[in-house]
Design a protein around this ligand. Structure first.
Ligand code: ATP
Length: 624
């Protein structure tokens, strides 16, 4: 499976006018449908069962305590202030009741703080786990996923979507629990005070709950679109505010156009955010009106019950009515909060769905169940073989001519072979298939006699070093970039490989030497310097097989010769597969394969191929 709908969905809408219909559709994409979403969210909390149980205990304790203040209020009125047996206020009793009341508030406050701390911790950890899982999962995705998905869109899932549920996970958990406690406590207190009045106060609740669900559904739909738009904005930022993006915009004087593109998406984002905030506001206004109107109804009904007299009227004292309306008024805030939280939860489902959608992506390239470690036996280790390999980048277009068409060759351990041919003929693709950046569509790529699909990927990659056409360096020091290949390499080792790649003298010429920060993607360095650092890095890795894709293309003639010599010595004892444009660099190869339109059309040594007077001779002629 290649990325699912999300990955496919984000492919379009790149550098197109904001009014473009396809781009608009992308931005309006709603949250994906995920099965068992609630259960899967609950599963995230599984490792935190113990703290959750403690939280629940705290909640119940708080709920128990929460029932008492209103009952005390009733007592304060009916026993302390206006004793029902007539007479003046009972001061000792009043003082006792008030001391109990204040103590209760202090204890509840303490429990509240502890509970908030624990819920915030659990919430944030769950979110942290999710972020880590997503990051690790994305690392395991195949290269093709990244070539077809905008980087910013991927970043947005980790940052904006997980960040979005972070608020829900930490705030919601404490809010749900805290408010539930208050609401339950208030209901219990109301029931204890007067079940008749409680019935009147809650009769409309089911209507509110149904309305709330509807509002939540609408809000979740808008949230999906908001996140999609946010990811588009991240993509624009990431694309245009990077060194490469800014360079492109500046050299084409397109800063204005980029700002407009951003502004258009920003307007969309603003509109969606406002929509999201406003969805439900009318509902909440109605809830507030209703809850505020309840005391009036309660007074009316109480008057009615009292006027009729009978058994029910006995329970309804002034204290009961005052206590009841106090509780009911206190209910308004937590109840609205709870509804708001429920709404946020529903909204967050859209975000969770987006996160799970990425977590559910199946990496196309993964270890087989019985994957083996590649053989390191002499004679086998370092052998690379292609047996009738056909490969297409797009499996979905079988009718198109494949990028590689029935390629077969064998490179013995320690051999030096080269691939030459016109641009776009498939040379780089051949190199990519060896460390399994892609899998062959048919046929088999073998390392040390085993199909690479039967080998442990990590172990295979350890044995294959690649220097790509555009070497990538991190925004870190030269030493850190080199150590990427071998984190525990000593300074002496760094120097040794840097000397081999003819970059040592250049590095020590910089003010900060090996500690020079290379800038994003290595922009601080010239093309040739970058390339030589990449060569030094792969030499530090010391692989059995070296794939050099145009490794010397960015070097001047003098440098090229020096690096060539370094590579010649680096080749000793390992298989080298060079993909070359400059034929001068591969004259000494054991075998040269000429690739044209995805097929090997000629092979032999330089001298043999020249003598043959075919495609290779023609290429040599062109480069004279
Ligand atoms: P050059 O000498 O210019 O580097 P090459 O011989 O190395 O070219 P490849 O990079 O292997 O050529 O590309 C072979 C073909 O595959 C080209 O037509 C290219 O457009 C296509 N191609 C390369 N990478 C991808 C990709 N990720 N997705 C789809 N098509 C691709």
């Amino acid at each position: 499976m290649h990325g699912g709908p999300a990955a496919r969905g984000v492919r379009g809408g790149g550098r197109v006018a904001s009014g473009d219909a396809a781009a608009q559709r992308e931005r309006n994409r709603e949250a994906p449908k995920i099965d068992r979403l609630g259960a899967r969210i609950a599963e995230l909390f599984r490792p935190y069962r113990v703290p959750l149980v403690i939280i629940i205990v705290l909640v119940i304790a708080a709920a128990g305590l929460g029932v008492l203040p209103p009952l005390l209020t009733q007592q304060v009125f009916d026993v302390g202030l206006f004793p029902l047996d007539g007479g003046g206020p009972n001061m000792p009793e009043l003082t006792r009741l008030l001391v109990i009341m204040v103590t209760l508030f202090i204890v509840s406050g303490g429990i509240g703080v502890l509970q908030t701390y624990m819920t915030a911790r659990v919430g944030n950890r769950v979110m942290g786990d999710l972020r880590e899982r997503l990051f690790a999962h994305l690392q395991s995705m195949e290269l093709a996923f990244f070539t077809r998905t905008k980087t910013g869109v991927i970043q947005s899932r980790i940052q904006n979507d997980v960040g979005g549920v972070a608020g829900v996970l930490s705030n919601t958990v404490s809010s749900v629990i805290g408010n539930t406690v208050t609401v339950i406590a208030a209901f219990v207190a109301m029931l204890l005070l007067s079940w008749q009045l409680t019935l009147i106060a809650v009769v409309i609740m089911p209507v509110l709950v149904i309305a709330q669900r509807r509002v939540g559904q609408v809000r979740a739909r808008i949230a999906g679109r908001t996140q999609e738009s946010l990811s588009e904005m991240t993509a624009i930022t990431q694309e245009t505010l990077s060194v490469s993006g800014v360079l492109l915009a500046k050299t084409y004087a397109r800063e204005g156009m980029e700002s407009e593109r951003y502004a258009a998406e920003n307007s969309n984002q603003i509109a969606l955010q406002v929509k999201q905030t406003m969805s439900g506001q009318v509902f909440f206004a109605l809830v507030t009106v209703f809850m505020s109107a309840v005391p009036a109804i309660v007074y009316l009904c109480a008057g009615w019950i009292l006027a009729r007299g009978g058994a029910g009227a006995v329970d309804i004292t002034a204290g009961t009515i005052v206590a009841f309306t106090t509780v009911q008024a206190r209910l308004l805030f937590p109840l609205t909060n709870l509804m708001r939280v429920a709404l946020d939860l529903q909204t967050s489902k859209a975000l969770f769905a987006r996160i799970f959608e990425y977590l559910d992506l199946e990496p196309a390239i993964r270890d087989a169940e019985q994957a083996r470690v590649p053989s390191d036996a002499d004679g086998r280790a370092g052998c690379v073989e292609f047996a009738n390999v056909t490969f297409s980048y797009d499996d979905a277009a079988p009718d198109e001519r494949p990028t590689l068409d029935d390629i077969s060759f064998t490179v013995g351990a320690g051999e030096f072979v080269a691939f030459v041919g016109p641009s776009g003929s498939g040379k780089t693709t051949i190199g990519s298939l060896i460390p399994r950046l892609y899998d062959a569509t048919s046929g088999s790529v073998k390392y040390a006699g085993d199909d690479v699909r039967e080998l442990q990927h990590e172990a295979l990659v350890e044995r294959v070093g690649v220097v790509t056409q555009e070497p990538y360096l991190f925004h870190a020091s030269i030493a850190d970039n080199l150590r990427y290949a071998k984190p525990d390499a000593t300074d002496a080792e760094l120097e040794r490989v840097a000397r081999m790649a003819n970059i040592h003298d250049t590095i020590v010429g910089f003010a900060d030497g090996y500690e020079t920060i290379v800038g994003e993607r290595g922009y601080r360095l010239s093309g040739g310097e970058k390339q030589r650092i990449a060569i030094a890095r792969v030499l530090l890795k010391d692989p059995r097989v070296l794939v050099l894709d145009e490794a010397t293309s960015a070097l001047d003639t003098v440098n090229e010769r020096v690096v060539q010599r370094a590579l010649d010595s680096a080749r000793t004892g390992r298989t080298t597969i060079a993909i070359a444009h400059r034929l001068s660099t591969i004259v000494g190869a054991d075998r040269i394969y000429v690739v044209s339109a995805g097929r090997i059309v000629e092979s032999g040594t330089h001298a043999e191929l020249l003598a043959r007077g075919g495609a290779y001779a023609e290429l040599t002629e062109q480069q004279r």
